[in-house]
Ligand binder design. Structure first.
Ligand SMILES: [Zn+2]
Length: 117
């Protein structure tokens, strides 16, 4: 059963679940000072490698897809055995009425609408 307001279903059965899925990587390097872990989008990792912030001795230990930083950090924590990830700040319902929560004090990125101001 759908409620219709001005002809638009509040349940949005034909809602387009557009998502800007990004690839994320975790790199590990054993250094003289211990283990160095780098985590970011593949794009950021590539930049860190080109500037030498991640050396040629580092190896990629995890690769996965996620939309927002909060989603990626959750997967990262699970795979690294760090326990549940708690985003910074409180979740807020997206002002675009897409139905998703996002974290304005963290990435500020809605999974469906992208980065919001
Ligand atoms: Zn949204």
């Amino acid at each position: 059963m759908y409620n219709h307001v001005f002809g638009i279903s509040l349940y949005m059965p034909n809602k387009a679940f557009y998502q800007n899925v990004k690839q994320w990587e975790v790199w590990k390097e054993i250094t003289d000072n211990g283990v160095a872990i780098s985590f970011g989008t593949s794009e950021h990792i590539l930049r860190f490698k080109s500037t030498g912030d991640i050396s040629d001795k580092a190896e990629c230990i995890h690769k996965f897809e996620a939309v927002t930083y909060e989603e990626a950090a959750s997967i990262y924590n699970l795979r690294m055995g760090y326990g549940p990830y708690k985003p910074h700040g409180e979740p807020v319902l997206c002002p675009n009425h897409c139905g998703s929560y996002y974290y304005p004090e963290s990435s500020g990125e809605c999974p469906y609408c992208g980065v919001l101001d």
